[in-house]
Design a binder for this molecule. Structure first.
Ligand SMILES: *[C@@H]1O[C@H](CO)[C@@H](O)[C@H](O)[C@H]1NC(C)=O
Ligand SMILES: *[C@@H]1O[C@H](CO)[C@@H](O)[C@H](O)[C@H]1NC(C)=O
Ligand SMILES: *[C@@H]1O[C@H](CO)[C@@H](O)[C@H](O)[C@H]1NC(C)=O
Ligand SMILES: *[C@@H]1O[C@H](CO)[C@@H](O)[C@H](O)[C@H]1NC(C)=O
Length: 363
């Protein structure tokens, strides 16, 4: 829900929070309720489909593997050569002073960038390209730039559940760590997809069950929206009741969007809902599609480790009724030691899914 009035927005925020606690969200100690709903929660989650050629990236909760010495790329190279050099059971490291250019897809055990990784519309010649690894991190003064904005191109960063763990960032991390070996502001992780002038608009007219088009407050083409994408409509009911629903967009005529299916809205998307006496609340309509996607293997349920480090792992905690963690991927820019200095992470026009590690601190 959105409202033009800020005080009202704030209040609604609080209401939503309490309503969700009561209705579907779980507190950390509610493990048995959460587990009882686990399959349903997963079944309701959406993930972008990966290109069929990317099947080698798919893992399913593999046990930790024995890794050999790191495979270090020590001269400027392309993904084509890196794929060969890093084909063993090793963490692939782009060394200081070295640039790795992503001219094709790359599937490695894990990737650490201490030099540069460059992936843009020029380096990527195929329509679809991916980078698959247990973790992808920038370290020391490393920089990684993914900048794929062309309408014809899709880029995927796929975090594999192959059991391999980064010693500071844990499992399945996309991000970096600033340390005493880093200059201020580094390392740098930058990801940008195709620019949308607006990612969300508001309903201009009430949507009722059974209609197959909706009217927005903005011109969809002007916002950069297109046919074929996924859009979501927020529910407009008091206290966050009702569910958001998504549709594929079949046609655009200025502010009008044609939906692939009839909107079987359980609750009408109302444009002039009154909350707390405030009249202008109406449903948000959001474009969920992005051409750059951070995704990965499915969530897995892992047993807590009594010997695990609580800062990195799914450590058991006797103060909480917790025996498991849910492990998805996670995105982080961390700092070792001095917390006032950090690296830089800038992610724009990118979709991140299968994200979060319930039960692990800070994830
Ligand atoms: C690697 O490429 C970068 C430009 O991306 C260049 O500045 C650097 O000198 C090259 N290094 C070597 C060893 O060729
Ligand atoms: C990172 O850059 C800083 C400042 O230029 C330099 O002092 C430091 O040695 C660099 N770190 C590495 C690992 O090269
Ligand atoms: C949403 O944005 C994506 C990616 O930028 C674009 O390709 C797509 O066409 C848009 N979706 C809609 C419904 O307009
Ligand atoms: C993830 O789980 C879904 C639903 O169980 C399944 O259809 C899909 O193939 C799985 N994806 C991967 C990458 O394992």
């Amino acid at each position: 829900m959105a409202t033009v009035h800020h005080a009202c927005r704030f209040l609604l925020g609080c209401w939503i929070f309490y309503a969700r606690l009561a209705e579907g969200a779980f507190r950390r100690e509610d493990e048995s309720d959460y587990l009882a709903d686990y399959d349903a929660i997963l079944a309701a989650s959406y993930a972008t489909s990966m290109p069929s050629a990317a099947t080698s990236c798919v893992h399913a909760g593999q046990a930790p593997q024995e890794l050999g010495e790191a495979c270090v790329l020590s001269v400027n190279t392309t993904a084509t050569s890196a794929q060969e050099l890093c084909s063993g059971q090793c963490v692939c490291v782009v060394d200081e002073g070295v640039t790795l250019t992503m001219d094709q897809s790359l599937d490695v055990v894990a990737l650490v960038v201490k030099g540069k990784l460059l992936w843009d519309d020029v380096s990527q010649t195929a329509a679809e390209q991916w980078l698959c690894a247990a973790y992808v991190t920038v370290e020391n003064n490393g920089t990684m730039r993914v900048d794929v904005r062309s309408e014809e191109k899709r880029a995927y960063i796929y975090l594999k559940d192959n059991g391999v763990r980064h010693e500071a960032l844990g499992h399945r991390a996309l991000g970096g760590i600033h340390s005493s070996r880093s200059a201020p502001g580094l390392p740098l992780l930058e990801i940008a997809g195709r620019t949308l002038r607006r990612t969300w608009s508001l309903l201009a007219a009430t949507v009722t069950s059974g209609v197959s088009s909706i009217r927005l407050m903005h011109d969809a083409a002007d916002m950069g929206w297109r046919v074929g994408d996924r859009i979501a409509i927020a529910p407009t009911q008091m206290q966050s009741k009702g569910e958001a629903q998504w549709f594929y967009c079949m046609g655009i005529n200025k502010n009008e969007i044609e939906l692939a299916a009839d909107a079987g809205l359980s609750i009408a998307g109302i444009t002039d809902q009154k909350f707390l006496g405030e009249a202008h609340t109406r449903a948000e309509v959001i474009n969920l599609s992005r051409n750059v996607v951070v995704t990965g293997d499915n969530f897995t349920l892992v047993a807590c480790d009594p010997a695990g480090s609580s800062a990195v792992d799914c450590a058991c905690d006797t103060n909480i009724n917790k025996a498991h963690c849910t492990r998805g991927l996670h995105v982080i820019m961390a700092s070792e030691g001095e917390h006032s200095i950090s690296g830089t992470m800038r992610i724009r026009h990118t979709r991140v899914e299968k994200c979060g590690q319930r039960g692990t601190v800070g994830r």
